[in-house]
Design a protein around this ligand. Structure first.
Ligand code: AMP
Ligand code: ZN
Length: 113
């Protein structure tokens, strides 16, 4: 599979991995937009949010739970943080393996651009 994030999962290319379990991998974003910017991904390849199927609900919950756990571990959970998933071109998606951006350590405004 010619997928950048599958290659990080398979250790074919390096990733700065901060969390791993049987279904989820988390690693630092190579171009951070905040003091903490972590990408949280399923180990199973899913290209976009539109490709989620029945049965993926628990997996998505695990991604979300991982984001909250990492935010607590890094000490900015109470201050607040941002979680983002981009879908397809107009959503700003550039890597077609779903990923949750966890950004913290600074303030954010809304609406985002
Ligand atoms: P998106 O635009 O939502 O698809 O986000 C893709 C993210 O992947 C961007 O924030 C990139 O900086 C990040 N990224 C691209 N290549 C790598 C890599 N090799 N390791 C870590 N993060 C990456
Ligand atoms: Zn993939």
């Amino acid at each position: 599979m010619d997928c950048l994030f599958c290659k990080i999962i398979d250790r074919e290319i390096p990733g700065d991995i901060v969390y791993e379990d049987d279904e989820v991998l988390a690693f630092n974003d190579i171009n951070p937009q905040a003091p903490t910017h972590i990408l949280i991904i399923p180990k199973r390849h899913i290209a976009t949010l539109n490709d989620l199927a029945d049965g993926d609900q628990a997996l998505m919950g695990r991604l979300t739970q991982t984001a909250a756990t990492l935010a607590k571990e890094r000490g900015f959970a109470d201050d607040g943080y941002r979680v983002v998933m981009n879908c397809n071109e107009k959503g700003g998606q550039t890597v077609y393996h779903i990923h949750m951006h966890l950004m913290g350590g600074r303030g954010f405004t809304w609406p985002a651009g």
